[in-house]
Design a protein around this ligand. Sequence first.
Ligand SMILES: NC(=O)C1=CN([C@@H]2O[C@H](COP(=O)(O)OP(=O)(O)OC[C@H]3O[C@@H](n4cnc5c(N)ncnc54)[C@H](OP(=O)(O)O)[C@@H]3O)[C@@H](O)[C@H]2O)[C@@H](O)CC1
Ligand SMILES: Nc1ncnc2c1ncn2[C@@H]1O[C@H](COP(=O)(O)OP(=O)(O)O)[C@@H](O)[C@H]1O
Ligand SMILES: [K+]
Length: 484
Amino acid sequence: MAFDAEATKRCSLMTPDAMAEADRRTIAAGTPETTLIDRAARASLRVLRSEFTRRPVTILCGPGNNGADGLRLGEMLVDAGWPIEVICLGEPPSAERHRGLDGRLRPTGTFAPGPGALVVDALFGAGLSRPVEGEARALIEKLEFAGASVLSIDLPSGIDGATGEVLGIAPQADVTVTFHRLKPGHLLGEGARRCGKVFCADIGLQYREGDASALHNAPELWRHLLANGARETHKYERGHTVVVGGPGFMGSASRLSAYGASVSGAGAVTYLAPLSSAEFAGTVFDAVMVRPMTGPEALEELAEGKASSIVIGPGMGHGALSRDCLHTALASGLPCVVDADALTLYEDEPSKLFSALHEGCVLTPHEGEFARLFKGVEGDKLSRAKAAAARCGATVLLKGSTTVIAGDGLPVINTNGSRSLATAGSGDVLAGLIGGILAQSVAPREAAAAGAWIHAEAARSAGPSLNADRLPRRIAGVIDRLVS
Ligand SMILES: NC(=O)C1=CN([C@@H]2O[C@H](COP(=O)(O)OP(=O)(O)OC[C@H]3O[C@@H](n4cnc5c(N)ncnc54)[C@H](OP(=O)(O)O)[C@@H]3O)[C@@H](O)[C@H]2O)[C@@H](O)CC1
Ligand SMILES: Nc1ncnc2c1ncn2[C@@H]1O[C@H](COP(=O)(O)OP(=O)(O)O)[C@@H](O)[C@H]1O
Ligand SMILES: [K+]
């Protein structure tokens, strides 16, 4: 079961190159470039007026169409009676590009933004092709301590729209106005931090299949996949997740996973408890079934019977039983969430793990686990997640303040996380939640996307006191609201 097709178009993220191509297509189909610039400037004006009160505005314009947007916006602000000045990089723009700006052009050396001023950053956007240096760099440096507000057109100049990385330098914007679709760089790394509040305006470009390079995660993509069974189904038909428990005191992480699975909408959760923790597990769980486990046969029996997904790794430890269980879980062919200790068991020989994985598996590493398992995979977060998924042949969910999911189909970027999620055990809950969604016959990338968003949403309204114990109850609330 896949993402909603119409939502996929709306949630598409486009690289600067794909954007330039869409631009060319639209122009070739009869819309003049000046019309696109006019629409981009008008959209920027709308946002500027909604976000800022009237004040002195300095517009920094680069040599390309990002600068052209800035010049056109300047003309519109003059018409609206705003006090503005315009500073252009390099050669002065041709007269036709700044007809309405007579007497407003200033040399770069005069740029001295004061607190309370608004600076429009129209130096570089999608056409950024190398690190920002020289005069452009000096302008952006002046912004750093000026205390002025910054509105960036398309991207904060210096942010790579494909990756979110800073090429040389980039300003901290308060507001960014972009066009048609967001770019990955608006959501990743420094890009996510530097854009401020992001607005995306329709300027009449056409969307075409194949334009997208990634998706921005949102419930409209996967909401229809949740609680998809008929009302009168049997509990096991709603999905049955098996959580492989951990021994002794370490078992708490796996119990959090079981709680995560138990609020996922799956019909049943079984917790397989090693003997050292079975009695205790039996006393803490009510809705989760507990089965003692002496060896991997217990997992094998469930996998061949009623189980429809497995969660393995949290609190499991690195002993012989863990290895046997991991082998059994992966060999079963059932959808599997592979987390925590299951990711690090084979960190010295990852190929052994990779060769046992299959396309129904979801790996959920944080950055530390990722670095140990996918040695040599470097670059921006989107590229790393994609490379890792290709290397291991499964879906990879790379955690963090922004979470990236790569697997079959377009990768997905999840951005609704908040710092309150950075609490011990929250990742264990996530693993269980995804396992529970997988158990309901949702495909791995889709289940991971749904799990990441729901998990983050559950924490969003919580304060710093949120702990992993209280997360499942909040997750239940989010899911119930989504499917009601
Ligand atoms: N596509 C759309 O949907 C629409 C796009 N629109 C707008 O157009 C923008 C894209 O315009 P664009 O392609 O002209 O690129 P832009 O960002 O102005 O930069 C290119 C110029 O900068 C230069 N340059 C680059 N890096 C540099 C550096 N580090 N240091 C110094 N110079 C550097 C580069 O020089 P070159 O690499 O050629 O030597 C070239 O001259 C887009 O962001 C949006 O605002 C809307 O108007 C309409 C619809
Ligand atoms: N700064 C942050 N902002 C948003 N989400 C975060 C942040 N830091 C961590 N998270 C999320 O919190 C969870 C932590 O998982 P993990 O690192 O596995 O912790 P644990 O092992 O303690 O459960 C992940 O879902 C991750 O995406
Ligand atoms: K810009």
